[in-house]
Design a protein around this ligand. Structure first.
Ligand code: SF4
Length: 344
C-alpha cells in the first residue's frame, strides 16, 4: 500500500459541512395515513482540505450518497450548512451553482450510465468546456488530448463511442470529463464498485496519481474498505444518517473505537493468515431511517449495549489517536461488557 501523508492539517480547508440534515417526507399510502419522515442525513459535520481524501463509509442506506449529493447541491439540505472556500453554498442561485461546478465535480458508480451513448469520447470530455465557454475549438481539442493522456487513454480512442469501450476505459472517460474544468473537489460515489476486480486497482491508482498531480480533494464514498484504506487520509463512518466515528485512516483501521467501526473493520481481510483476527458478525439489518432507534441508533445491534444506550444519544467526543467517537463506552458512561445483541 502506498504510504499516505496523513499530516494534512496545514493544508487549506476547502469544504466544511456543519450539522447537515436531509429529511424526506415519505409518500403516504392513502390520504389518512400518518405522514412519515425518512431521516437520511441527521446532523453530520466534517471538513475536507486541499489535496486530501476523506473516505465516507457505512452500510447501504446509511446516508453516504445523500451526503455527496448535498455537498454538490444536487439536493437541498433540510438544515445545516455546506461551505466551500468558507462561503455557504446551500440555497445559492442556479447561476451561482453553474460557476461553482467548475470547482466541484462528481464521479458516479456506473460509468456507462454517466456517459451519453450518442457522443464520441472527445465530444463528452469537451462538453463541459463548451458549456462554460472556455477556449477556442483548437484550444479545447488540445485540452481534450492532454486530458486523455492524463487518464491513461490512447489518443485514437477519442473517436469511439462509450459502447465500444471497456468498463475501465469508460470510467477513465468519466474521470477525464470531471477533470477537464480543473475542479478542486471531486465527490467519488463508489467509483470502482461497478468495475471488474482486475481493473479496480488501476482506476484507484489513477485517482491517487491525479490527486497528487492536480492537488484534488476527494470525498470518497465507498463500502469497499480495502479501497478506502488505500486512498483515504481520514475516514468518517456513518450509521443511520449519523457519523459515529471519524479520524485518521490508520487510527480507524488499526484501532477502531466505536463498536460499529470495529465490526466493519473486522470484515477487512488481513494478508497474514497467522494473525489473530476475529470477524465480528453484526446481527440483523440496519433499522429503518423512518423510525431510528432512540438514544444510540446502533444499540439494537451492539453487543455492548446497556439500558442507557437506548435512552441517551452519545455525543462525538475526542478519543484514541485523534479520533472522534460517539459511544457511551468511549465517553465513560458505561464500561465495556459484552451483552447479547451481536456475536464475535
Ligand atoms: Fe454500543 Fe452503547 Fe456505544 Fe451505542 S453507545 S455503540 S449501544 S455501547
Amino acid at each position: 500500500m502506498a504510504p499516505l501523508d496523513t499530516g494534512s492539517a496545514d493544508r487549506a480547508e476547502i469544504l466544511s459541512v456543519d450539522a447537515l440534515v436531509r429529511h424526506f417526507s415519505k409518500r403516504r399510502a392513502h390520504p389518512f395515513a400518518k405522514s412519515e419522515v425518512i431521516r437520511a442525513v441527521d446532523g453530520i459535520s466534517f471538513d475536507l482540505r486541499e489535496g486530501e481524501t476523506l473516505g465516507l463509509v457505512g452500510e447501504s442506506g446509511c446516508g453516504k450518497t445523500t451526503t455527496g449529493r448535498l455537498v454538490l447541491g444536487i439536493d437541498e439540505p433540510t438544515g445545516g450548512t455546506v461551505r466551500f472556500d468558507g462561503k455557504a453554498v446551500s440555497g445559492m442561485s442556479a447561476a451561482a451553482w453553474r460557476d461553482l461546478r467548475r470547482d466541484m465535480q462528481m464521479i458516479f458508480q456506473d460509468p456507462m450510465g454517466a456517459l451519453d451513448p450518442r457522443m464520441t469520447v472527445a465530444a463528452q470530455i469537451e462538453e463541459p468546456l463548451k458549456i462554460h465557454g472556455i477556449g477556442t475549438k483548437d484550444e479545447r481539442r488540445a485540452k481534450v488530448l492532454d486530458m486523455l493522456a492524463a487518464v491513461g487513454l490512447p489518443e485514437p480512442i477519442r473517436t469511439r463511442y462509450p459502447h465500444e469501450l471497456s468498463g475501465g476505459q469508460q470510467q477513465r472517460v468519466v474521470i477525464a470529463r470531471a477533470l477537464i474544468l480543473k475542479p478542486r473537489l471531486i465527490v467519488c460515489d463508489e467509483p470502482v464498485s461497478a468495475l471488474d476486480v482486475s481493473v479496480q486497482a488501476q482506476v484507484v491508482n489513477l485517482l491517487a496519481d491525479l490527486q497528487a498531480k492536480f492537488n484534488l480533494a476527494y470525498l470518497f464514498i465507498s463500502h469497499d474498505l480495502k479501497v478506502v484504506r488505500h486512498l483515504s487520509h481520514r475516514v468518517a463512518v456513518m450509521y443511520l444518517g449519523e457519523i459515529v466515528e471519524t479520524g485518521p485512516r490508520d487510527a480507524l483501521f488499526d484501532n477502531p473505537l466505536h463498536p460499529y467501526t470495529q465490526a466493519l473493520m473486522s470484515a477487512v481481510p488481513v494478508p497474514d493468515p497467522e494473525a489473530d483476527h476475529q470477524r465480528i458478525i453484526l446481527t440483523g439489518d440496519p433499522p429503518s431511517p423512518i423510525n431510528p432507534p432512540t438514544g444510540c441508533r446502533f444499540h439494537t445491534r451492539c453487543s455492548y449495549a446497556e439500558a442507557v444506550c437506548a435512552e441517551k444519544a452519545p455525543a462525538l467526543k475526542t478519543a484514541g489517536h485523534d479520533q472522534r467517537v460517539a459511544c457511551h463506552i468511549v465517553d465513560g458512561t458505561i464500561t465495556p461488557r459484552r451483552t447479547a445483541a451481536a456475536g464475535g
